[in-house]
Each structure stands twice: as structure tokens, then as C-alpha cells.
Design a protein around this ligand. Structure first.
Ligand code: ZN
Length: 291
């Protein structure tokens, strides 16, 4: 239980305003959802305007790094080269690459090629070939604030089949985004994504999801893209989370490389695609912070 605050006390959010003029009605709404049995966001994941401003600065670096990678990705370079590009550009812009040493992750970025679903480790031995698709997942710490987003890149001439997978995955994310609004449910977004991917003949990975982000690399809530409308956590203004569905051309089954303990592959060897954005729930709807 949260501590009881008097109507005239300063709000718990740190705005300096009296509680009755700030998050009082917000808390009443949350309490109403809680009473009905819904999952509600804890206060620590509701960002203040100051925190949001700091997170946006971090996002600017993340976006610039992904743009920079996009100009340099081509056939014949190794994924280690992408790691170097990301590492150097992030430092140059004043940030710190969040993946480096995170739970022992050895590199500054995740690079996942073709049937690699996510968490691929950059390597001198992985050389990009004509026709590859690759996800580059960049995360930045700047002034203590975290940002996280990923894009797909096409290497040379990519088959129509793979191009469609990449395109539909992006569209599914945008369709899910339309479901983000205050006092809706994360499941509204999850189901929209799942339905769209399935309609196109694809499957969505169940075991790995998105997450809250901003003050830490990974915060509550865990975000599923195979969830159901009206379920999962209530979306409240001030929450920031990622939308990052992993869409597989074949089965949704996956496995983790037992040698590196990180890289996730599709079980059937078919390609997988993923885009990741960061979204802020606002009073009116949403704001995309990082794409
Ligand atoms: Zn407040």
C-alpha cells in the first residue's frame, strides 16, 4: 500500500503542487482499477516531467546512433564493425552504451541476423551478406536516463518474402501503437499486434517481451505482444515502455544458444524481424520518444 497523503500535502510525484491539484484524481482512478482486479502501475514507474525531459535527451542519442548505423551498414562488414560504430558514436555524443556488461553481455549493441530473433552478439566472424536482414538494438544511458530502440536493416538485394516480414513487423508495431492511451490496457496493444501478424501468416514470440524503461534499463511492466484486449497492466499517463514485437516467418518456437547463453534463434531456422520503439503514455494518448 502507498502511504496516505493529505489533500494539501505536496504530491508524491515531486511536482511541488498540492496533492489535490496533482495526482489525487489519478490515484482515485488507479484505485478503481485495482478494486476491479486489474494490474495497476506502481508509482515508481510514473515519470515526472523532469524525468521525461531527461529520458528524451537520452533518446536523441539513441536515434542519432541508429541513423549513423543505417548510413554505414552494408554487405561485407562484420557485426563487430557495427559494435565499434555504435560504441564510438555513443561515447562521442556523451552517452554510455547500456548493453555493455549488462548481466554480463560482452558488447555495446545487439545484432541479430536472419533467424536470430534477438540478443545476437556482435562478432568478427559474422559478415553481412547480400540478402540478409539484421536487427540492430541500441540502448543508451545519458545523465542516468535510459533509452532503447531497434531497427531492421536490409543488406543488398533482399527477397520479397523477407522484405514483407520486415514491413509487416513494422506495421504491426504501428497498429499496436494506436491502442496506446491512458486508462486502456497493455493487452489492447498486445492483441492488436498479434492479430495483425497472424493475419499475415506470421507468428509472434511469446517468451520474450518489452519492458518499462527510462530510470532503469528494464523496469516494470513486462510487455507481451500475444496478450488479450482488456488484460495486462492499465496504461496510465507518465508510463514509458517499449513496443518491440518479435515476428517470425515460421513457428513462434525459439531457443537460446547454449554456448553464448544470449543469442535467441527461431527453432525452425526461418527468419525473424523486430522493430522497437519507446512510447510515453500522455493525458491525451501517446508520444513516441524513440523510433
Ligand atoms: Zn503529482
Amino acid at each position: 500500500m502507498e502511504k496516505k497523503i493529505g489533500k494539501n500535502d505536496p504530491c508524491w510525484c515531486g511536482s511541488g503542487k498540492k496533492y489535490k491539484f496533482c495526482h489525487c484524481s489519478f490515484d482515485e482512478k488507479i484505485e478503481e482499477f485495482r478494486r476491479k482486479g486489474h494490474k495497476v502501475p506502481p508509482r515508481k514507474i510514473i515519470k515526472t516531467p523532469e524525468q521525461i525531459a531527461g529520458i528524451k535527451e537520452s533518446c536523441k542519442i539513441n536515434i542519432a546512433v541508429l541513423d549513423y548505423v543505417g548510413e554505414r551498414i552494408k554487405e561485407g562488414i562484420s557485426t563487430e564493425e557495427i559494435n565499434r560504430i555504435v560504441h564510438e558514436k555513443t561515447l562521442q555524443l556523451g552517452g554510455i552504451p547500456a548493453p555493455l556488461n549488462y548481466n554480463g553481455f560482452p558488447k555495446s549493441v545487439c545484432t541479430s541476423v536472419n533467424s536470430q530473433v534477438c540478443h545476437g552478439i556482435p562478432s568478427e566472424e559474422v559478415i553481412l551478406k547480400d540478402g540478409d536482414i539484421i536487427n540492430v538494438d541500441v540502448s543508451t544511458i545519458y545523465n542516468g536516463y535510459f533509452s532503447d530502440s531497434s531497427r531492421m536493416y536490409l543488406v543488398g538485394e533482399v527477397s520479397e518474402e523477407k522484405k514483407k516480414l520486415v514491413q509487416v513487423t513494422k506495421e504491426s508495431l504501428e497498429i499496436g501503437l494506436q491502442q496506446v492511451k491512458p486508462w486502456g490496457f497493455l493487452g489492447d496493444m498486445g492483441q492488436a499486434i498479434h492479430d495483425y501478424a497472424r493475419k499475415n501468416g506470421y507468428s509472434v514470440v511469446r517468451e520474450i517481451g518489452g519492458h518499462g524503461v527510462g530510470l532503469e534499463f528494464h523496469e516494470e511492466p513486462w510487455v507481451s505482444y500475444v496478450s488479450k484486449k482488456g488484460r495486462e497492466m492499465v496504461m496510465a499517463p507518465g508510463m514509458i515502455f517499449t513496443i518491440e514485437p518479435m515476428v517470425n516467418m515460421g513457428t513462434n518456437e525459439i531457443f537460446i544458444d547454449d554456448e553464448d547463453d544470449w543469442t535467441v534463434y527461431t527453432a525452425d531456422g526461418e527468419p525473424s524481424a523486430q522493430w522497437e520503439i519507446m512510447v510515453l503514455v500522455t493525458e491525451e494518448g501517446y508520444e513516441v520518444l524513440c523510433y
